[in-house]
Design a protein around this ligand. Sequence first.
Ligand code: NAD
Ligand code: TYD
Length: 359
Amino acid sequence: MKYILITGGAGFIGSNFIHYLLETESKVDIVNLDALTYAGSLENLNNLPDPDRHHFVQGDICNRDLLDQLFREHKFDLVVHFAAESHVDRSILGPEEFIRTNIQGTFVLLEVARKHWQGQENTTRQDVRFHHISTDEVYGSLLPGDPAFSETTQIAPNSPYAASKAASDHLVRSYYHTYWLPVSITNCSNNYGPYQFPEKLIPLIILNTQDGKPLPIYGDGQQIRDWLYVEDHCRAIWTVIQKGTPGEVYNVGGNNQPTNLEIVNKICQVLDEKLPGSPFRPHINLVKHVKDRPGHDRRYAMNIQKIKDELGWEPTVNLDEGLQKTVAWYLDHQDWINHIHEKQDYQVWIQKNYQRKDQ
Ligand code: NAD
Ligand code: TYD
């Protein structure tokens, strides 16, 4: 049996990873530590395939005593670290929590893992793994003809979110070189799929379209992202944990380059088909250009040759198929959506972010 600590497992990618792991692996036992911020929900963990192998603990990754106690009780041999403040727009309006959770929290987690995984004479156990989930945003922004980000691209974060993730990546790396803690890092492009909190582009557009609300496009909408269906990301993480070399970084991405306007257009087309009786068709007419995000990265692109060549991973769900699945999931989970709409924090955020952009 593998005893696993997953942090941030009530959020979007973490909860998908727990579903994925319990479905595909019989010999894993999971403790899921999550603070349940606005972005986390226990509803994301309903209908787990084998719920007895999942134990939820509500708590903060900055709480050293709690982490110490969990390591003592559960004798983890793997940490998969998702917990983070993850939304660029929120980091622009309030960066402090990003510094606390993403940098301080990662540091505390590394320290506790180091202490518990230290063996005789200060050697560190090599049969364990600390896997850190990170983002392509640490590499900064590309111009139209630039080559895609590779693992050796210079780190050049442009938002407080990206800077805090870059700092956490550096800390993780340093624990390998200084203490030989067996770490690995995946830097992944934009994810989409079930359970994504509707403040990020794709779920926000699906929800607004259904309700006939404006579809806010920052600036000219020509920014480019690489999009990966979340289940492909989960498989990449598990592949790196099992087969990746300790101390290494692996870039993960979906091999696509749509502009934001193209993504919104695709979602509108799927909804035009799926909701033939909608009074808001054609949904693309709901598009509204709003003030741009400060420091808005123009383009991300990922070179995924390393993970493909060394570990045999590549994406399996293309963008059109992934968007079909994602729209279908949101249309089928109206209760999940209603519960988010009922959260006051969500309404406050939407007002705060978009009022500012209307001015
Ligand atoms: P999310 O915001 O949906 O979930 C984050 C989870 O972490 C939430 O459940 C929240 O309650 C929890 N959390 C926050 N602060 C905490 C704290 N101090 N202690 C314990 N738990 C805390 O984020 P996500 O989209 O699932 O992203 C997960 C990870 O993947 C993050 O590290 C993010 O940087 C990275 N990532 C995300 C994307 C993406 O497109 N969403 C892409 C690449 C990498
Ligand atoms: P987002 O989902 O916030 O992810 P990230 O900033 O991490 O890439 O945004 C994806 C892209 O969509 C980004 O270029 C910003 C843009 N965007 C909009 O145009 N309108 C919106 O309302 C949101 C939330 C994002």
